[in-house]
Design a protein around this ligand. Structure first.
Ligand SMILES: Cc1cc2nc3c(=O)[nH]c(=O)nc-3n(C[C@H](O)[C@H](O)[C@H](O)COP(=O)(O)O)c2cc1C
Length: 207
């Protein structure tokens, strides 16, 4: 009698096992699917976001011997946005003293040295940090080329410069005279990177 009862239960136990196997595999599927969907969604969204949205902050600079470049890279770390170095079509002689005469000549001729690279979607920028070395008391002439190549009206322009000692004042006057429809800030002659955060905070451009 007992043997017969066991035999009678066997199909029921087998059916139960089958159900369990199905149930487990179904469970595995429902937990796997959302995870793989989530991974795809997360991987796709930043890429599309970055390509579709333009930044509103630009750090653009010219540098001959690298000092303004170093300052610009640090500033860019603080304020974000895009970082663009202005490249002359005809590069200046490398050494400091070799560049003095060509730069003076350009100033005498009120030249507009050509810029090799373009700034894309310039319209999207609202705040433009503009960096340069002081050359013969003011901006290098290639900065004038830049100011006349794009429409700066309505933009906030924040100049900064490096020099061997000359102040930034004359260059600010010259920039304002070129782009009178922009809000050109007083600017900073950067002697040390430590000056930058307090300067930005004073303008309400950094917290
Ligand atoms: C052509 C030329 C003209 C310069 N004129 C001045 C000047 O009038 N006053 C000054 O203090 N420094 C002057 N300098 C020094 C630069 O402003 C200084 O070395 C600056 O930090 C260089 O920056 P950069 O390395 O980004 O080119 C001049 C340098 C060059 C090459």
């Amino acid at each position: 009698m007992r043997m017969q009862t066991k035999k009678a239960r066997l199909p029921f136990i087998l059916a139960l096992c089958l159900c369990l196997v199905f149930a487990l595999s179904a469970c595995g599927k429902t937990t796997d699917d959302p995870v793989s969907e989530d991974v795809e969604a997360t991987a796709a969204s930043p890429v599309s976001g970055e390509t579709e949205e333009y930044k509103s902050v630009l750090v653009v600079y010219f540098s001959h011997t690298g000092t303004t470049k170093g300052v610009s890279e640090y500033l860019h770390e603080l304020v974000g946005g895009d970082l663009i170095e202005i490249e002359p079509v005809n590069p200046y002689p490398e050494g400091y003293s070799d560049a003095l005469d060509p730069a003076k000549q350009e100033q005498r001729e009120n030249a507009r040295p050509e810029i090799a690279n373009e700034i894309e979607h310039f319209d999207s920028y609202e705040v433009i940090y503009l960096g340069y070395p002081i050359w013969w008391g003011t901006t290098p002439m290639i900065i004038n080329t830049l100011l006349e190549s794009y429409d700066f009206s309505g933009k906030t322009v924040v100049p900064y410069a490096t020099s061997g000692g000359t102040g930034i004042g004359q260059s600010i006057k010259d920039i304002r005279s070129k782009i009178s429809d922009a809000d050109v800030k007083d600017g900073l002659l950067v002697k040390s990177n430590d000056d930058i955060i307090p300067w930005l905070q004073g303008m309400g451009l950094y917290e």
